[in-house]
Write a protein that binds this ligand. Structure first.
Ligand code: F6R
Length: 236
């Protein structure tokens, strides 16, 4: 496990983008596991800059996102599909047909989860998985629980996650209460994991996750068993 500390969000974002760019150079048809939330926004901006300068080519890349809110389709500006289009996909030369986000409006969500896991398996798994971390230790939307769930599944979002994500909505009541998330199986089978955590507010949970016991009560703690994790964190 590697820990890289930076002073600013800008430096953190540059470092994370350089790692993702290196992955694409190493294997141009790689499968990137991508995250939403505020932490990776700067990383995506840096990747867009590299593309604009002709330094990076997303032409052969496939992406699979971690999660989606239940009940929001891609045209909803709070959906994670919309987030990915506006923060990355619309601005780089990725083939949108090769960008995948779990379907939050699927009629049969269990079937959707199974199909998403099969898709990831058929793609040969994830080469690099980008993660943020929730204040309660969630990765994707794998919330604290009594077990680690392996498959893509539907979760009830915890109160603290709903509160934390309310900043993106008009008010807390509008935050969906359920999400569909990639499980720990696909995340742990990713060849590399890159976790970005911005600001001191995340330090406590980073310490619990990476230096405390491995427990589903702190979902990110499972990463202690992953052979190739880089944690990039910042002071501000
Ligand atoms: C987003 C996701 C979440 C976020 C986490 C941190 O796709 O899966 O696990 O990474 O909630 O969010 P921010 O970065 O907004 O603090």
């Amino acid at each position: 496990m590697k820990f890289l500390k930076f002073e600013t969000y800008d430096e953190l974002s540059t470092a994370a983008a350089n790692i993702i760019a290196s992955q694409i150079i190493l294997k141009e048809n790689c499968v990137l596991g991508l995250a939403t939330g505020s932490s990776p926004v700067g990383t995506y901006k840096k990747l867009i800059e590299k593309c604009d300068k002709g330094e990076l080519d997303f032409g052969a890349v496939t992406s699979v996102n971690l999660d989606e809110y239940i009940g929001l389709d891609g045209s909803n500006d709070q959906s994670y599909r919309y987030f990915m289009n506006t923060n990355l996909f619309n601005h780089v030369n990725i083939d949108k047909e090769k960008t995948f986000v779990p379907g939050g409006c699927a009629e049969d969500l269990a079937a959707e989860g199974a199909a998403y896991d099969k898709l990831i398996e058929d793609l040969g798994g994830i080469d690099l998985q980008l993660l943020g971390i929730g204040l309660d230790g969630h990765i994707g939307f794998n919330e604290p629980d009594s077990v680690f769930t392996k498959e893509t599944h539907v979760v009830d979002l915890h109160e603290s996650t709903i509160k934390a994500n309310a900043r993106f909505f008009a008010n807390e009541d509008e935050v969906p209460k359920k999400a569909i998330t990639m499980g720990m199986g696909a995340i742990m089978k990713a060849k590399r994991v890159l976790l970005v955590a911005n600001g001191k507010a995340k330090w406590d949970i980073l310490e619990k996750a990476f230096f405390g016991p491995i427990t589903p009560e702190v979902p990110a703690s499972i990463l202690q068993l992953h052979p190739d994790v880089t944690v990039i964190y910042s002071e501000n």
